[in-house]
Design a protein around this ligand. Sequence first.
Ligand code: PGA
Length: 243
Amino acid sequence: MKLLVANWKMNKSYNDGLKTLQSVRKKIKNNKKKRYIILPPIQSTLYIKDKLDAKDVFFGSQDCSQYNNGAFTGDISAEMIKKIGCKYVLLGHSERRSLYFEDSKVLFEKIKRASEQKLKIIFCVGERLYDYKKNKSIQFIIKQLLDVFNEKTNFGNIILAYEPIWAIGTSITPKAQEIDSIHFKIKKTIKDKFNILNIPVLYGGSVKSSNSDEIFSLKHVDGGLIGGASLIASEFCKIYDTL
Ligand code: PGA
């Protein structure tokens, strides 16, 4: 199945979020072959879900705590996320890694908590411009993968997202062939190390309706993770149409 994930980040509160999703829902439909997933700020999710009252829309959280419960001010647990009806959780986004200093140890714990709740995990990897320029993208990414996954990982719940850090919110993307090649190498790494065939890998970083057709037609790309362009309903729907 092809997936399109809308990462709203810290944008859109209750009404704005609801309006956006209502317009999206009028234009596009989920089916067996392709699915869109919305990641609103978590405090808006319950309200939007309630008002929208639609079983055909899938929600996820942009993060979860590495802890189960207890004195962790400001945190939201995987269990709470599950209970409000989210099916997905995004982990390892480069903004969380850099702005909140989330390292592989923390992410390993978060993956555990999310897996315990049987949430589907969209796990982000991606290199810095420095690594890209030195032709070291895949080495950087393989380390990010092997730092958090092992033989015990339940890969049935894992979706990967390749997001070059330098492509996020910059309107710059790698060349199509480079994207396809990294996706192929990510899939190959997971196959060689863990014997998992064809793990889904989404591409994220400056996807817009003007480039999504080319990116989604690549052999090893299974969908997209969309930031800025997911905030505008019509633009998000146009991107979905190219999936
Ligand atoms: P962008 O963000 O589409 O605005 O580049 C992607 C992301 O951060 O997931």
